[in-house]
Design a protein around this ligand. Structure first.
Ligand SMILES: *Cc1c(COP(=O)(O)O)cnc(C)c1O
Length: 462
């Protein structure tokens, strides 16, 4: 056959393609709608290039259809050294939470009281746990802590002033700006003190009949260094109560246990915040609590009820799957001595150097044969808790490092980026970080070295 002349290529009809055996096969596997779309796209492509036979059209449509089926969301192996990595989904969930989510997939007693056979309360599934674990009079859950802040401020201080220290007007992860959140909540911001120093008298002088609430935000993803002074929560609570104003402790990270038991740095707990007199406390579910994305609000019964009644609450309530995961996570805290085994977040955070070093050495031995151009070594490093919790590098860890054998410092940048991409391109992507002319895989969150080997073997890692 001679090559068709320019503009002479005649597209086959889509109907004919769909009727052919190959077309029928595509319909069986992928459905008529998707098969039609991708055959049309393949024909369009051929039309643009003015060539292409049926075999090529079916081939490229089949490839495109297979690609459509690959899920966008996939598990990754987090070797970044940041345990609660916001971009990687924060807290990895426990087995207990996983099975609870499975159980909740069908019909459940979400808002149904099985005893009375009547409408029940969505929050009842977690309220008892929140009260039991924190000592609060009441507790509810919403979509995340940002939503919790909105709900608390809007319910308790709308049209009034919220007094907050200038040093606490933090920005979290670039998208949570306290002043803007307050404005959207319909609350007037009343800043007191200087960036690094705020005294009790600053708060006292700001109180008027316009005051609706006193807020303390735990500065989380930054630490003001040097000479700082802030007012103790106890004193703020006492001042607020003297004037009949609620005191709101916005904790952010939300530890339910003292982290020092695992040699981790001190982090204020929800229980402490309540004991210090906070009327309302809010915190995230997927940071140090180790659960699903959620915002937890605990505190005085009348105030929590007021937040529950706010129409805003309906817009930010939790779905049944998350609620199930949350209940299961909270239940693990009943036996807090086993948390380092039952909750992945604490398993990773509490891992000791020697154990991580052993994992790193095994991984280095496995990987070195795949990357002969790279010097593969084990090096000590510092992991981070992540998610703005406890901002300083604190956890002693070990990593596998990759340094190019014969690249000048200048040339190694591109090679490092390429290596990092190769790891991200694995069937189960492995995420590391580039630092000081090396590629680092921090092994704190690595459970299974042989899974990485299988992962690499399945790819053409070169
Ligand atoms: C993380 C954080 C938030 C936002 O919480 P999300 O659960 O991510 O919505 C708000 N305030 C503080 C202090 C935080 O640390």
């Amino acid at each position: 056959m001679s090559k068709p002349a320019l503009h002479s290529w005649r597209p086959p009809s889509i109907d004919a393609l769909l009727r052919a055996t190959e077309g029928q096969d595509l319909i069986t596997v992928y459905g008529r709608k998707a098969a039609t779309e991708e055959l049309r796209a393949a024909v369009d492509f051929c039309r643009t290039n003015n060539e292409g036979n049926e075999e090529q059209i079916f081939g490229s449509a089949a490839l495109a259809l297979a690609k459509r089926k690959v899920k966008s969301i996939k598990p990754v192996i987090n070797l970044t050294g940041s345990v609660l990595h916001t971009n990687l989904g924060r807290a990895p969930l426990s087995d207990a939470a996983l099975s609870a989510m499975n159980n909740a997939a069908g019909f459940i007693n979400l808002e149904y009281d099985l005893k009375r056979g009547a409408r029940g309360e969505r929050d009842s599934h977690v309220a008892t746990w929140l009260m039991r674990l924190t000592g609060a009079e009441a507790g509810i859950a919403v979509n995340n802590n940002a939503a919790a802040v909105m709900a608390v401020l809007n319910s308790l201080s709308r049209g009034k002033e919220a007094i907050i220290s200038r040093g606490e007007l933090v920005e979290i992860g670039g998208s949570f700006r306290m002043p803007e959140v307050m404005a959207r909540a319909g609350v007037k911001l009343r800043e007191v003190g200087a960036t690094n120093r705020t005294h009790l008298s600053d708060y006292a002088n700001a109180i008027s009949n316009k005051t609706g609430i006193i807020v303390r935000v735990r500065p989380s993803n930054f630490a003001i260094q040097g000479f700082t002074s802030s007012v103790a929560e106890k004193d703020l609570a006492a001042l607020a109560h003297e004037h009949g104003i609620p005191f709101y402790d916005e904790l952010g990270a939300g530890a339910l246990v003292d982290l020092r038991r695992w040699g981790l740095p001190y982090e204020r707990t929800v229980q402490e915040a309540l004991l210090d007199g906070a009327d309302i406390v809010s915190f995230s579910g997927d940071k140090l609590m180790g659960g699903p994305q959620a915002g937890l609000i605990v505190g005085r019964k009348d105030l929590v009820a007021k937040i529950s009644r706010n129409p805003l609450k309906r817009a930010i309530r939790l779905d049944k799957i998350t609620l199930a995961a949350l209940e299961a996570t909270l239940a693990l805290y009943d036996n807090d001595e086993t948390l380092a085994e039952s909750l992945p977040t604490f398993r990773y955070l509490s891992r000791k150097g020697p154990e991580i070093r052993e994992i790193a050495e095994t991984l280095a031995a496995v990987l070195s044969s795949y990357v002969p151009e790279w010097k593969v070594e084990v090096a000590s490093c510092k992991s981070q808790i992540g998610s703005g919790a406890l901002p300083v590098d604190v956890l002693d860890s070990f990593a596998v490092t990759f340094q190019h054998r014969n690249s000048s410092t200048k040339a190694s940048g591109g090679k490092l980026k390429k290596l990092a991409l190769q790891f991200r391109n694995l069937p189960t992507p492995v995420i590391g970080r580039i630092h000081e002319e090396k590629f680092w895989l921090d092994c704190r969150c690595l459970d299974n070295v042989s899974a990485i080997k299988a992962n690499v073997d399945r790819s053409n890692f070169k």
